[in-house]
Design a binder for this molecule. Structure first.
Ligand code: AMP
Ligand code: MG
Length: 345
């Protein structure tokens, strides 16, 4: 599934799967980290499982990738035969899968919970920005207003009992802000069914840290310096996570360029303009669809409003990274974010 048609380079979060961490902390020398990376969903999907039984771990990893494939068939925005493609082109109500129904329910719920910052019907706005960029010009305010008229999420009709969905004319869904997180959680659930309790599942910047890396040892994930996105060594802080998810959103990896200026792939549905104020937002939470959605939503809300939202939610922490005039990072953390940061990096 391709969740964006913009340029995508590397993950915003780097996995620190240092062999030393495992060896020095693992009680059993037989525990190996079985890892596999595949190009899927127009990005890299990586699954790692610490296990004494390599065969068992490989088979669980395979079933995890199988789940990604299943969801790709439903959610691929660029395939008009995917369920999402058919829904976006349907002229009347369409029966959809339980997976799609759940993804839509979650997406719609978060519109209100994010004060309108998260909106799965931003497709018309995103398309406007991409098309205007191709013409080398900014969208006209009038065009923005017209596109905004096709983002009324309350006009989407969902019949949970019959599993039917109907989109109003002109409204198309964009599930790019939650798809990777949704997928990561589904992979985790599939792997749990296969008896795996500990795994790191990473879909680019959306990561589910299931269980722990070794007994008493957390998974380590680095938060990338947005100024140096192609350099895995440029890390601003290291997170230690056990049974937690983390997502980073930002405008530095995916954007459109108009007259030499970069405009984020995230749009503010409230104004129709791109959300360019926060180069990087990292969210830690109980599941990956939540952290994925909040990463996008907080990019829209900005530091002040975003922080208020995070502090009102139990079990969620966030780190906002912006830069001052001399390009020095200003890192703003929610009250308990520091608990997840490795001491001494
Ligand atoms: P993420 O990388 O998780 O921050 O998601 C960004 C993607 O979400 C974009 O590439 C769009 O496909 C979609 N998107 C952009 N703006 C919004 C928004 N305000 N609400 C929901 N999805 C959005
Ligand atoms: Mg997101």
């Amino acid at each position: 599934m391709t969740f964006s048609s913009c340029k995508f380079t590397t993950a915003a979060l780097f996995l620190l799967v240092l062999p030393l961490t495992l060896l020095s902390c693992s009680r059993s020398n037989d525990v190996k980290l079985v890892s596999e990376r595949r190009n899927m969903l127009s990005t890299v999907v990586a699954i790692s499982v610490p296990s004494e039984d390599e065969k068992l771990a490989s088979s669980a990893i395979e079933s995890g990738f199988g789940r990604v494939e299943e969801l790709n068939k439903l959610l691929n925005a660029h395939d008009e035969n995917s369920e999402l493609g058919r829904l976006n082109n349907a002229e009347g109500p369409l029966k959809v899968s339980p997976d799609m129904l759940r993804a839509l329910r979650i997406g719609i719920e978060w519109h209100d919970k994010s004060n309108g910052a998260f909106n799965i019907s931003v497709d018309s706005l995103r398309r406007l920005w991409i098309d205007s960029a191709k013409e080398g010009r900014l969208p006209l305010q009038e065009e923005i207003e017209q596109a905004r008229e096709r983002t009324n999420i309350q006009d989407i009709k969902v019949d949970e009992v019959q599993g039917m969905v109907q989109l109003p004319a002109g409204l198309k869904l964009d599930l790019g802000g939650l798809g990777k997180g949704f997928c990561a959680d589904e992979v985790a659930a599939r792997m749990r069914e296969k008896g795996v309790q500990n795994a790191l599942i990473a879909l680019a910047g959306d990561i589910c840290a299931m269980g722990e890396r070794a007994p008493g040892v957390a998974w380590r994930v680095g938060v990338q310096d947005p100024r140096d996105p192609d350099n895995p060594a440029a890390i601003l802080t290291v997170l230690e996570l056990t049974n937690r998810s983390v997502s980073t959103s930002g405008n530095y990896q995916r954007y459109v360029e108009i007259q030499g200026k970069k405009y984020s792939h995230i749009v503010d549905p409230r104004t129709g303009w791109t959300a360019d104020n926060v180069p990087s937002v990292t969210v830690i939470g109980p599941d990956t669809v939540t952290t994925d959605i909040l990463g996008t939503a907080l990019s829209v809300l900005g530091v002040e409003e975003g922080l208020k939202l995070v502090e009102s939610m139990p079990d969620v922490e966030a780190l906002f990274i912006i830069f001052d005039e001399s390009d020095k990072p200003i890192m703003t953390r929610s009250s308990r974010f520091v608990r997840f940061e490795a001491k001494g990096g």
